[in-house]
Design a protein around this ligand. Structure first.
Ligand code: BTN
Length: 240
């Protein structure tokens, strides 16, 4: 496994996608600066000195459809072994990593194919050491950094390396093998949530997670499932 260090790139996901032919399974890239970072559902992803971008290449991994969920467990496991903070790192469905009600990390998994199997590019953006003022000035009141929330000064290099290793290690597991751990970390379950899609909004109770990775919800019309590609989930009274 190799970790490539870049000074600057538009997006580490895009860089990995373009360069993946000369790379191997588990190779990863990080950068000091991203000029056009991308987030889920077409959003952009804010760059700053304190943000750590890491993208990991998985060549033709099993279970590509649920990879976006298993990667979040891999990242939590890396953070747990590096930073021993109670309570441990949680997951807001489908794959935001949260601590103490704040979003610490976003994950964007993308696929690329040339007809010989599907590569998955796992992009992780972890907020390491920005201040609370930085997030409020950026209009991101629900975001937080490791330093701000725990007082720990994270080591950029060591964190990038372990995240890449854990994403690779977890790539052999199916989501059904990890669903117990996922549910125990999932802060969305058992809450009233707002499901936001295509400009519309719906309120529901988040009841369970299916083996497909879908969020199982309930409202006055009954039980239904939502898939991660289509909705943004927010708590009724805040981010979670
Ligand atoms: C989200 O919307 O929560 C996902 C954010 C993912 C950001 C990371 S930073 C590294 C990689 N490169 C990108 O352009 N995006 C991902």
């Amino acid at each position: 496994m190799m970790l490539v260090h870049l000074q600057e790139t538009d997006s580490t996901n895009t860089w990995l996608k373009l360069n993946r032919k000369s790379l191997s399974d588990g190779d990863a890239v990080t950068a000091l600066r991203q000029t056009a970072g991308r987030g889920r559902i077409g959003h952009s992803w804010l760059d700053s000195e304190g943000m750590l971008p890491v993208s990991v290449l998985l060549r033709n991994p099993p279970y590509p459809e649920t990879r976006t969920l298993t990667v979040s467990i891999a990242v939590c496991s890396a953070l747990d072994s590096l930073y021993d903070v109670p309570p441990s790192f949680g997951i807001k469905w489908p794959n935001d990593i949260v601590l103490d009600g704040y979003k610490l990390c976003g994950i964007l998994c993308e696929s690329a194919s040339d007809g010989d199997g599907i590569d998955i590019i796992c992009g992780i953006g972890l907020d390491l050491c920005q201040s609370a003022e930085f997030f409020s000035e950026a209009g991101l009141p629900h975001a937080g950094s490791l330093l701000q929330l725990t007082g720990i000064s994270p080591d950029r290099e060591q964190t990038a390396q372990l995240i890449a290793e854990k994403v690779m290690e977890y790539s052999r597991y199916s989501f059904s093998e990890l669903i117990g751990e996922y549910k125990s970390r999932c802060v969305t379950l058992g809450r009233e949530v707002r499901l936001i899609r295509n400009g519309g909004e719906q309120t529901a109770y988040a009841e369970d997670i299916a083996e497909s990775g879908h969020l199982i919800c309930r409202n006055e019309d009954g039980r239904f499932e939502v898939s991660s590609g289509e909705v943004s989930v927010r708590g009724l009274y805040g981010y979670i």
